[in-house]
Structure formats: structure tokens, C-alpha cells
Design a protein around this ligand. Structure first.
Ligand code: NAP
Length: 526
């Protein structure tokens, strides 16, 4: 596949205009050819109009046909994986082995959504039969199911160039639901995005998809991205990135004459609670496990554990000493983009200057540009409780250990937390039996609770929830990973007193699709 540096507009490429921008290799600062041309207002208009036209046809595609398209994207991704991984490695400095794993996850995700829509139960088909003899009023026949919302704008992430990007979970779940997609790629991996975009284009053409089912518009978020979110034909937004970026899109969507939902997955510091019994039994292995999680992928995961709570004790001291030695011995790693790296150091500087906070791992200096060294901070419970700014995400290999004076102080700190993607508790069996107090607080704060593990590594499956109360996400009722993600791009539609022949197949009396349905309150293939 040849890179052209142009946006994808339906089955066409946008015309070049303005000066091109090259991707940067973060490992050495070199420009990567070709230059990319930003889309303009007319391109946004065209992509949205094509997407709406495509929606009128694609929403009626049978599930099997949509599933075939998703599987074809996965096949083409696999067939082109060596070239995609090579380019992604140059653009992001993520190692090939990690990218190989992410490629498998991305294809697995596409296939999971394919099998979900074939199974059909996700439609949430419900039937309540009417009763003309009911007194005092007859009961109408009422049936409902989930239907696609319309064209979706997807903002790729920086830190998952495949799994949360052009053919990632947002795109897969929107296409599975029956929605066309317009992607705003991340500027951190322009060429990777083009390679993946071309694969989707090929799969769409081979599957006979209507033009406009997929488009991809290069350009700055504040310009092309906001124009897309404001376009009246766009009906929902998927986003992964910073709180500032996600919030800007939420505000733009809310200010439209017709507001639309924005499913933004934003920052999270993923607190970890180490209960005294667990520390007593395994201080050193907890330090090793935490270190692995904090430094994985140079700390550039939304599930990175940025905050750790312990109660002061000799075991907690041993844990901290081990963690300090591991963090100090960790080599610096190249971050995804120069600006993510400078934001990381800005965060480290801010914490270092905060009264009552100690940096245990001063940087050795002489780092190459774009490289991040680890940062381990510690403070006491009182300082944490008094300073909201210590809840800010430092995106990178950094964590803050809060040494609480008592369990009550630890509980108060838990109460103070903002919404999180995850919360982790390490404890003995007995501690889990007697720790309803901690767990009850954390259930209100996080979308996923982890027991005696670490939060990095998000399984893609039916039961996964990768979401959490604001500010972790824009809407804590939704997930961006796992099959529930499809619900974000749907809405329920109800049919009252319709003749059978005029109903969608999923709601017809004979159940021609053989779906699991809720019929008069009973679940089954009725
Ligand atoms: P970002 O700055 O939020 O950018 C993500 C996407 O949103 C980009 O396409 C960007 O467009 C767009 N965007 C940003 N601000 C916008 C605005 N005001 N209006 C419209 N669009 C906007 O995130 P990033 O580049 O991936 O990383 C920056 C920081 O985000 C990191 O340092 C980290 O703190 C955080 N982050 C968090 C997560 C997470 O999952 N929690 C993941 C990645 C990053 P442009 O093309 O113009 O940049």
C-alpha cells in the first residue's frame, strides 16, 4: 500500500491543500515521509453527507453481512500486519512485540463484534403481548429493540495506535451497531492511520458497502475535529485521550442545537490499596508487581496505577524501599510523542514542587530528547487529603505512594477520589471478608475493581467494563472495551400495536432469526 498523505472521503481521496505535515519519529526526531494534508471544511461536509447517505442503506444490512465486513477488516489487517507494525514502530517507538500483541487484540476485537451481532441477543429485543380484554383498559402490543444512532465521529488515541484507533474498538462497535464512521486520526501516527484506513476502505468496497460508510479526515482536533462534532449529521462521538480534549468535545457536542452523546475515555489514576495483611505477607512481590504495571509501555496506559495507598508500618517501609530500588534501576524509555513527554515532565516538576511531597527517584540527567525516566513520589495521608492537585494524572512511568496514618485516613482518601477507570485492592482472604468499607466506597468510584492484581491489561470480553464515573469517562454508564461498547451507538425504538408483517424481523412473532428475547417478562428463544 502506498502512502499518499491524503484524507479518505468515501471511496475517494481528498484533494491536497495547504502545507503538508510529516509524522515525527519520537526516537530520533526525524521526519517521516510523506507529508500529510489537512482536511478542510468542505471535506468535513462531504464526509458527513456521505456517511448519512451510507447510513440509510447500511442500517438495513443483515447482521451476517455486517459481520462479514468486520471479519474482512481483521483478515486484511493480519495480511498487512508486518507493514503496519513497521510504520507504527517508527511513529510511536512502541516495540514490535507490543505492536504484534495489539494487532492480534484489534483483530480479535473485530471478530468478537462480528460474532456478537450474529448471535443477535445484543439487540435487546423485548415483546409484551397485548390483551384487548384487559380491564379497565385494553393492553396494547408493545415491542422494542436497539437501533443504530447514525454516523459516528471517532477520535483515535495516541497510546494504542491499533486497538483504540482507526480500526479499534470505537470503529468496530459503531460498524457492528450499523453506524458509518468518520475517523479523526491522531497526529502521533499519521502513516499507520492511513495504512489501516486503506484496509477498511478495501474491505468496505469488497463487501459492497455504500460509499461513505468509512471516511478519515486528517487535521487538528480543534479545527477538523470540532467541525466534525458540530456537524448536524454526526450523531455520536467516540474519543480516547486527555481530559482537556475530551471535555472540549463534550462541551462542543452539548452546545449544538441538537446535542449528541460523546463517549470520551479520559484520564484516570487507578488507585491501588495495599491492605496491611497483604503488605505483611508479600511487601517485595507487591513492589515488583506494581513496578511492572507502572512502567509497562513507559507508563502510557490509561490504566496505569498512579496512586498507591498504604498504612504506615515496617512492611510498608520495606515495600517502598523495594519499589524505590526498582524504579531507580529502570532505564528511560521513549514516549509516544515529544508533547506527551514534555507534559510528563511538567507533571513531575509540579509534584516535585508540592509541599509535603517527596520525589524518591531524582532523574540521573543526560536523557535523550523524548525519553522519560521513572518518578516515584511519596506523601502522607494528611497532605493528600488537603491537596486536590495530587489527584491529577501524570501520564507516564510515575506513581505516588500515600502513607496513611490509619485505616480511617485511608478510607477518607478513598472517599475523596474522583471517578476512575479502575481501583485495585490487595489483601488477604480475611481482609477481603472484613473490608466491605473500602470496597463499598470503591464501587462508587471506579468502573472495574481488581482483586490482588494490577490494573494494566484490559481483557476484551463480554463482561469487561472499561469506563467509570466522570472524569474517567464522559458517561460512566458506558464502556469502550468489550461487547457492551456497542450500546453506545444505539437507541431503543418501540413499536406499539404494529401488524406482524411491518415489524423488524427481530420482533416478529415467529422469531425468524431465532434470537434470545424477553417475551412477556421471560427470557428465551421465544
Ligand atoms: P489529546 O491531547 O486529548 O488528543 C487526543 C485527540 O483529541 C487528538 O486527535 C487531538 O487532536 C484531539 N483534541 C485534543 N484537544 C482537543 C480540543 N481542545 N478540541 C478538539 N480536539 C482535541 O491526547 P493525546 O495527544 O493522546 O495525549 C495527551 C495527553 O492525554 C497525555 O499526556 C495524557 O495526559 C492524556 N492521555 C490519556 C489517555 C487515557 O486513556 N487516559 C490516553 C492518551 C492520552 P490533535 O490532532 O489536534 O492533537
Amino acid at each position: 500500500m502506498k502512502l499518499e498523505g491524503l484524507s479518505i472521503l468515501g471511496y475517494d481521496r481528498a484533494k491536497p491543500s495547504g502545507a503538508p505535515t510529516c509524522a515525527i519519529n519520537p526516537a530520533n526526531g526525524a521526519k517521516l515521509e510523506p507529508g500529510y494534508f489537512w482536511a478542510g471544511g468542505k471535506d468535513v461536509e462531504r464526509a458527513a453527507e456521505l456517511a448519512q447517505e451510507a447510513f440509510t442503506k447500511y442500517r438495513h444490512w443483515p447482521s451476517q453481512k455486517r459481520a462479514g465486513l468486520l471479519r474482512r477488516i481483521a483478515e486484511l489487517f493480519e495480511a498487512n500486519a508486518p507493514a503496519i507494525i513497521e510504520r507504527a514502530n517508527l511513529e510511536t517507538a512502541l516495540p514490535p512485540a507490543r505492536l504484534q500483541g495489539e494487532s492480534a487484540r484489534t483483530c480479535g476485537q473485530l471478530r468478537l463484534f462480528a460474532s456478537l451481532i450474529e448471535a443477535g441477543w445484543w439487540l435487546d429485543a423485548r415483546i409484551d403481548h397485548g390483551d384487548p380484554n384487559r380491564k379497565p383498559l385494553p393492553k396494547p402490543d408493545v415491542r422494542s429493540l436497539l437501533m443504530p444512532l447514525g454516523p459516528v465521529a471517532v477520535f483515535s488515541s495516541s497510546n494504542f495506535p491499533f486497538a483504540f484507533s482507526v480500526a479499534g474498538g470505537d470503529t468496530a462497535s459503531a460498524l457492528a451497531a450499523g453506524c458509518p464512521v468518520v475517523v479523526k486520526p491522531h497526529q502521533g501516527h499519521l502513516g499507520t492511520s492511513e495504512l489501516v484506513g486503506l484496509i477498511i476502505l478495501q474491505a468496505a468496497q469488497e463487501s459492497g458497502a455504500p460509499e461513505g460508510l468509512f471516511s478519515m479526515l486528517y487535521g487538528p482536533g480543534r479545527d477538523v475535529g470540532v467541525a466534525l462534532v458540530k456537524h448536524p449529521l454526526i450523531k455520536a462521538v467516540g474519543f480516547t485521550g486527555s481530559r482537556a480534549g475530551g471535555r472540549a468535545l463534550m462541551d462542543a457536542a452539548a452546545a449544538r442545537p441538537e446535542p449528541i452523546p460523546v463517549y470520551a475515555e479520559m484520564g484516570s489514576i487507578n488507585p491501588v490499596f495495599l491492605l496491611p495483611g497483604a503488605l505483611e505477607n508479600s511487601a517485595e512481590s507487591l513492589a515488583s508487581g506494581l513496578h511492572g504495571s507502572v512502567t509497562l509501555g513507559v507508563g502510557q496506559f490509561c490504566t496505569n496505577p498512579g496512586l498507591v495507598f498504604v498504612e504506615k508500618s515496617p512492611a510498608a517501609d520495606a515495600f517502598l524501599a523495594k519499589l524505590e530500588s526498582l524504579m531507580l534501576a529502570t532505564p528511560a524509555g521513549t514516549m509516544l510523542t515529544p508533547s506527551i513527554c514534555s507534559e510528563y515532565y511538567e507533571g513531575v516538576r509540579r509534584f516535585s514542587k508540592t509541599t509535603g511531597v517527596r520525589l524518591l527517584t531524582p532523574s540521573g540527567g543526560n536523557l535523550k530528547a523524548g525519553q522519560a525516566s521513572t518518578a516515584l513520589f511519596t506523601t502522607d495521608g494528611a497532605t493528600f487529603l488537603a491537596d486536590e492537585s495530587l489527584m491529577a494524572e501524570i501520564f507516564g512511568p510515575s506513581t505516588l505512594v500515600v502513607q496513611c496514618g490509619s485505616r480511617a485516613e485511608m478510607l477518607a482518601a478513598a472517599e475523596k477520589l474522583e471517578g476512575q477507570l479502575t481501583a485495585t485492592v490487595h489483601g488477604t482472604t480475611e481482609e477481603f471478608r472484613t473490608s466491605r468499607d473500602v470496597l463499598a466506597i470503591l464501587e462508587t468510584k471506579a468502573g472495574r475493581l481488581v482483586c490482588n492484581g494490577f490494573p494494566t491489561g484490559v481483557e476484551v470480553c463480554h463482561a469487561m467494563n472499561h469506563g467509570g464515573p466522570y472524569p474517567a469517562t464522559a458517561d460512566g454508564r458506558s464502556t469502550s472495551v468489550g461487547t457492551r461498547a456497542i450500546e453506545r451507538f444505539t437507541r431503543p425504538v418501540c413499536y406499539q400495536s404494529f401488524p406482524d408483517a411491518a415489524l423488524p424481523d427481530a420482533l416478529k412473532e415467529s422469531n425468524p432469526l431465532g434470537l434470545w428475547r424477553l417475551v412477556d417478562g421471560k427470557l428465551g428463544t421465544l
